[in-house]
Design a protein around this ligand. Structure first.
Ligand SMILES: Nc1nc2c(c(=O)[nH]1)N[C@H]1C(S)=C(S)[C@@H](COP(=O)(O)O)O[C@H]1N2
Ligand SMILES: [Mo]
Length: 530
């Protein structure tokens, strides 16, 4: 029993060392090719939409760490089994470890932008895992042989032929503690090596995914100064502009891409008069516009957090497309691709109907953070991000929906997905307990490309809809803060909110889940006043 436990530990340790070294090699080549991350990315791609939505709803932005953690835990359980197998036959345990690494290699090879070099981390992992397991096994058997030289098992393992063992066997058997110490030292050394090497890999990956300094040009067509939000007045309300560090992040990546600005280009091809490519500097030389736009994720539930408002600096998409000369009698979609081969479809007619569709390079006065698409991303007001907001973009192909299916189209999400009118209560927080007396109910509401938010109404305890006061206005593609003074009396209360757009449409009470074209319904929260 004790040796079985020790061997399970050996399997785990051998795997940790292998994964750590592979992580370091991946850090130096392509961080996304690190075995556990490659498997994690495959899991993301293979997970059914319903399960993915469930994970996003329940884990929120922690979905990525939770996924990596689960994959890692799964690997370690299998590694422990490999260790136990190795106790009987080393080849069996080593074989299982190799199978694990082959799975990781296959996951790596299945990535859209796969290069042969990406297999190096897996190859290293295979060699190191087997070598470490062999080493631990040998150390352990040698220790056992030393401790109990007449043990038939030890003699039968073949290590008896080892001159060291023969040597020591001739000496009086040392205390059992000495052999155990050998195993403990080996274990400690390997564990420390794994921590150091893995940490170094992580550090290198982080350094390499730090973005270079870029100086953004001033906008030729700037946005008017952003009015002061009411967050200073209504405590707990979402700020009028979302700071970059607080902006929600939704994408299919587990690692951030390594971007070399000198190599990066944006190519426009497909149904165009001429294929064109732009370097980053060439894009910066084009006239820039600045726009305040609220972006929303299709996975946002009513009342959810996947919405953010920023000031974007970029080139009008139309200007770029005009350089290529698009044939809109043929093409009906912009099929955009990121540096990793992830694809997004955008309806062409909506991208060129006059709305402020941008290739953005700046966000709230800074270069795009890497999390949000550095060096350039699309931003199109009024369309959910999954059909409009390609981050790390490198290609736009003018084509048809009949010819090309993008990532989420393959997963049966809608191709035509305008953002639905919605509103959210930020304060008082759902299910919270507040003091009785004068307070505010407040939040945000959005109706991009629908004439903006004309009105927000609040309903308390099923009463009549009351008009809320709107915060400042930064254009129809931007959200509005809103609040309603409330004299809260003791007891349980139900609060609801709805928005009415400038086009005269009222946010529908009909509930819909995010899949396949965005959630709808009215948010209702409960608060206790006591
Ligand atoms: N390359 C790439 N771009 C992407 C995605 C992605 O997975 N990969 N996700 C999209 C989705 S679903 C949304 S809602 C927005 C989110 O942008 P943000 O992370 O900057 O908030 O980016 C879009 N652009
Ligand atoms: Mo999204």
């Amino acid at each position: 029993m004790r040796t079985r436990l020790a061997y399970a530990g050996f399997g785990v340790l051998a795997t940790l060392v292998a994964v750590a070294l592979a992580h370091l090699v991946a850090g130096l080549t392509d961080p996304a090719a690190s075995p556990v991350l490659a498997v994690g990315s495959q899991v993301i791609d293979l997970t059914p939409t319903s399960l993915k939505e469930w994970a996003i709803q329940n884990f929120g932005t922690k979905d990525k760490p939770i996924l990596i953690g689960s994959v890692f835990a799964g690997v370690l359980v299998l590694a422990a089994i490999a260790g136990v197998l190795a106790r009987r036959r080393l080849a069996l345990g080593a074989g299982l470890l190799v199978v694990l690494v082959v799975v990781a290699g296959a996951a790596t090879a299945n990535r859209p932008q796969f290069e042969t070099l990406d297999l190096l981390p897996s190859l290293v992992a295979a060699i190191v895992a087997v070598a470490a397991l062999w080493f631990l096994d040998r150390t352990f058997r040698r220790g056992s042989a030393v401790a109990a030289p007449h043990d038939a098992m030890a003699g039968a393992t073949g290590s008896a032929g080892d001159p060291d063992v023969v040597d020591s066997a001739e000496r009086p058997a040392p205390a059992r503690g000495a052999s155990r110490r050998g195993v403990l030292v080996a274990t400690a050394v390997l564990a420390a090596a794994a921590a150091v090497v893995g940490g170094a890999g992580e550090w290198i990956a982080r350094v390499r995914t730090r973005i270079s300094n870029v100086d953004l040009p001033a906008a030729a067509d700037p946005a008017p100064p952003l009015p002061q939000g009411i967050e200073g007045k209504i405590e707990g309300i979402t700020p009028f502009q979302t700071p970059n560090g607080d902006f929600y992040r939704v994408d299919t990546r587990l690692t951030l891409p390594v971007i070399d600005l000198d190599d990066w280009t944006l190519t426009i091809d497909g149904d165009v008069d001429q294929k064109v490519s732009f370097t980053f500097d060439e894009i910066l030389e084009m006239p820039m516009v600045e726009r305040d736009i609220t972006m929303t994720c299709v996975s946002n539930d009513v009342g959810g957090k996947y919405v953010g408002a920023a000031r974007w600096l970029g080139v009008p998409l139309k200007d770029l497309l005009d350089r290529a000369g698009i044939d809109s009698t043929k093409a009906d979609q912009i099929f955009s691709e990121d540096v990793e081969g992830m694809t997004i479809s955008t309806p062409l007619d909506l991208a060129i109907d006059g709305r402020d569709a941008l290739l953005a390079v700046g966000m709230n006065g800074e270069p795009l953070p890497l999390e949000h698409g550095f060096p350039a991303r699309m931003v199109i007001p009024g369309l959910y991000g999954f059909i409009s907001a390609t981050k790390w973009i490198t290609r736009m192909t003018l084509t048809t929906y009949a010819e090309q299916d993008a990532y989420w189209t393959k997963k049966k999400w809608a191709t035509d997905a305008p953002i639905k009118i919605s509103s959210r209560i930020d304060t008082p927080k759902s299910l919270s307990t507040i003091d009785p007396g004068e307070t505010f109910i407040g939040g945000v509401a959005w109706a991009q490309q629908r004439g903006g938010v004309a009105k927000v109404q609040v309903r308390i305890d099923g009463g009549s809809w009351q008009d809320a006061t709107l915060g400042p206005d930064a254009g129809n593609d931007y959200w509005r803060q809103w609040y309603l003074p409330w004299n809260a009396d003791s007891g349980q209360h139900a609060l609801a909110v709805r928005a009415i757009s400038g086009d005269g449409e009222t946010q529908t009470p009909v509930r819909a889940k995010p899949f396949p074209e965005g959630s709808s319904g009215v948010q209702e929260t409960r608060v206790t006043v006591s």
